[in-house]
Design a protein around this ligand. Structure first.
Ligand code: SF4
Length: 361
């Protein structure tokens, strides 16, 4: 399997959540356990949220004991849950090595979304982002990514058929395409509960524009793609997103064209954070329109959520509406995203979990 198996440091046990379904079946087979037992375990884990082999009632006692000696099904520890007045909840989770990550539960009338993290910190260093400001610590394992999903379902009591998480967005801490293998594995496993009705099209990968990996996503993964663009030209983008000096707008556009060729009916979302006096002029809106009008794209305009120590200010509401009007009048679908969880520092760009680390650019 790709990505290291997570091993319990006190024993030789392996984490079930790190195995893809076919890998767990192969592992059972190697141990002389019939493959259908792996399917039973996966159903308990992903459909019912079970964390103890001893509670898997269709598995005999001696096999329960053996499985418990071979594997574990862990959850990260919930350190804190902050609740917003709009129903959003931000979870601070402690991992086995004592590092921390955050994930956010965002309910609304039509959907229940979880925003997950893919790394502890982030190496990309976008200047407006609290996570990037804190630096990079390490990639999350597949188990650590999917267990955010599991923890939220546990906490919210969402293991029944009629109350489910409907959408997953990789917009938390980290750049998911710099942890591609583990993110792919976590996405595959999220879909193991067929009852949940979670399809790849309800999963959105948000990237700062790692164009070589966008080409892979285009070929391998029919989930939704969101590009954090935030500027209409290279000079402006590089000044707020240094990663643009490595993967420029042209390379991102080429990768997006390939994605659209593979997924004709999936619109690419471009995220555009409006920063006062930086990227919110009428000229920027027109340049953005010209850049994106040939793609199957829509634009989410984001109001900046200020955080302590940040050099940027949010664009005034009137300016945001003007910007949206120029795009919509030009034939590009643009909407102004509602701020969720800003009062608990759970909104876009506000997650940090107090990690400290390094940046790649
Ligand atoms: S916006 Fe995303 S890619 Fe940029 S620093 Fe923050 S977490 Fe990393």
């Amino acid at each position: 399997m790709t990505g290291a198996l997570t091993t319990d440091t006190n024993s030789a046990k392996h984490g079930v959540l790190n195995y893809a379904a076919d890998e767990l079946k192969a592992c059972f087979k190697d141990a002389g356990i019939p493959a259908f037992r792996a399917a039973q375990v996966l159903e308990w884990v992903y459909r019912f949220g079970q964390t103890s082999f001893y509670d898997m009632t269709n598995i005999g006692k001696s096999l329960q004991k053996r499985l418990d000696e071979m594997f574990y099904i862990h959850r990260p520890q919930i350190v804190d849950v902050a609740s917003s007045s709009d129903g959003t909840k931000k979870f601070l989770l402690r991992l086995a090595d004592a590092t921390t990550v955050e994930c956010v539960y965002i309910p609304d009338v039509k959907r229940k979304t979880i925003c997950v993290s893919s790394q502890v910190g982030c190496s990309v260093g976008c200047k407006f982002c609290n996570t990037g400001y804190s630096g990079f610590v390490r990639n999350l394992t597949a188990e650590e990514i999917i267990s955010q999903f599991m923890v939220v379902k546990d906490y919210m009591g969402m293991w029944s058929c009629d109350d489910r998480l409907s959408n997953v967005v990789f917009m938390g801490m980290g750049e998911p395409l710099l942890n591609y293998q583990n993110v792919m594995r976590a996405i595959d496993n999220m879909m193991l509960d067929s009852e949940a009705g979670l399809s790849r099209r309800k999963i959105t990968l948000s990237t700062s524009g790692i164009s070589p990996i966008i080409h892979k996503v285009a070929k391998d993964l029919p989930c939704r793609l969101a590009i954090s663009l935030h500027a209409p030209n290279d000079a402006m983008r590089s000044s707020i997103m240094p990663i643009n000096e490595v993967y420029d707008i042209r390379s991102i556009m080429e990768a997006c064209e390939e994605y659209s060729a593979h997924h004709k009916f999936l619109k690419i979302t471009f995220e555009y954070l409006l920063l006062s006096g930086i990227n919110d002029s009428k000229e920027c809106a027109i340049e953005l329109l010209n850049l994106l009008r040939s793609l199957n794209a829509k634009i989410n305009l984001l109001r900046f959520n200020e955080w302590e120590g940040c050099e940027f200010k949010a664009s005034p509401g009137l300016k945001v509406r003007e910007f949206a009007n120029i795009l919509n009048d030009g034939g590009l679908e643009a909407s102004i995203r509602t701020r969720r969880g800003a009062d608990i520092m759970a909104a876009c760009g506000q997650l940090s979990a107090n990690s400290t680390g390094t940046r790649v650019v």
